[in-house]
Design a protein around this ligand. Structure first.
Ligand SMILES: Cc1cc2nc3c(=O)[nH]c(=O)nc-3n(C[C@H](O)[C@H](O)[C@H](O)COP(=O)(O)O)c2cc1C
Length: 345
């Protein structure tokens, strides 16, 4: 109700400025035990039936914050208070970078969608690792699993990408519960070529060479684009199995613009409601091909408890949300949990 009143005001302002404002408020809340408790009382669903166990990790519910919202781990503890069952920070790159020139974030309220071409603006792996260490000192271990999503630094040539990801992984390994290789952002030139068989093979070999030799074993996943053909996805699945990755995240934003009501001509990745069907089709295909062999995290256009249930029924182990949360507001997780539980009497 409050958010419905606030939204028209927020939506008058520049989207990136609003994002920064919201992140500041969430960071401030994260520093205050009283605020965290209050937010938890209002927003967090609490029901044992929502719990999910995966990779030896316990998730209070199956709904996570997708990568890109808290790229720099600025507001970690608040995600649990807001009701997310897990949170994914990043994309983090080996070197800090400022991203693409502004404006680079566009709201499409009529379509419940977002176009972004942020370009991995982030503080870099060393700074983020230091911040995660600080969180650990000040707040102890997080109450929900933390994913760390890795991207490639813009200045690193594509052929050196494996070393770039490796450098980030090395710095961040002790801080995350699972890791994601993001090779599917449309906003770093040529990044998506890392989804091609030969380049992906080298990347996976390098990264898994590191992951497999760590004493502390952790899941490594790949995040894919929704614009790949099923044949391309199948080729990727073979590599994931060969290199023993722990799962796949589907999907990132799309370059497609079909079905938009908004007249807009901006480059970047489209997310939110217009991505829903495409991301669902990818999930169904992956589930048929994998037949339970590898967990799938489904993301793209999810905005209700029924959407979540549909993805879980179609084989997803977990789901993630970004755009839906912007349009539905901070009580979204509570409403979603209510809808999910309605079907699990
Ligand atoms: C502004 C914005 C920034 C994003 N940044 C990242 C990112 O850094 N890394 C990544 O893997 N995905 C990123 N994403 C993609 C989301 O994680 C998600 O895959 C996509 O938005 C689809 O989910 P949604 O429809 O719920 O938004 C970003 C999305 C948005 C809207």
């Amino acid at each position: 109700m409050m958010y419905e009143l606030l939204k028209p005001v927020l939506f008058q302002l520049d989207p990136e400025q609003v994002h920064e404002l919201v992140m500041k408020a969430l960071r401030a809340s994260s520093m205050s035990k009283t605020m965290l408790e209050l937010i938890g009382q209002i927003c967090k669903p609490k029901d044992e039936r929502l719990k999910v166990k995966l990779w030896n990790l316990e998730f209070p519910n199956a709904i996570g914050l997708a990568a890109g919202f808290d790229k720099n781990a600025l507001a970690l503890p608040v995600w649990e208070a807001l009701g997310f069952g897990f949170a994914e920070i990043g994309s983090v790159t080996a070197l800090g970078q400022s991203g693409n020139p502004k404006p680079r974030l566009f709201r499409l309220p009529e379509d419940k969608a977002i176009i972004n071409r942020m370009g991995f603006n982030n503080d870099g792996a060393s700074v983020v690792a230091a911040r995660l260490e600080l969180w650990r000192h000040s707040h102890g271990t997080l109450k929900i699993p933390l994913g760390i999503n890795l991207g490639k630094s813009k200045v690193t040539p594509l052929e050196d990408a494996p070393q770039d990801y490796l450098s980030s992984l090395n710095k961040l390994w002790e801080h995350g519960h699972y890791f994601v290789l993001n090779v599917s952002s449309p906003n770093t030139p040529n990044l998506r070529e890392l989804q091609d068989r030969e380049k992906l093979e080298v990347l996976l070999e390098t990264v898994m060479g590191f992951a497999n030799t760590q004493e502390n074993k952790k899941p490594v996943l790949l995040k894919v684009a929704p614009d790949l053909s099923f044949a391309q996805l199948d080729e990727i699945l073979l590599l994931l199995e060969k290199h023993k990755l722990s799962g796949i995240i589907a999907t990132n934003t799309t370059l497609a613009r079909e079905g938009l009501k908004t007249q807009i001509d901006e480059a970047g990745g489209l997310s939110g409601a217009p991505l829903k069907q495409k991301s669902f089709e990818v999930l169904k295909h992956l589930n048929t091909q994998l037949n339970g062999k590898l967990p799938i995290i489904s993301v793209g256009g999810i905005s209700s408890g029924d959407d979540v249930q549909q993805r879980l029924d179609a084989g997803a182990s977990l789901v993630q949300i970004y755009s839906g949360w912007i349009f539905e507001g901070p009580l979204m997780l509570k409403y979603m949990a209510r809808e999910l539980l309605k079907n699990r009497a």
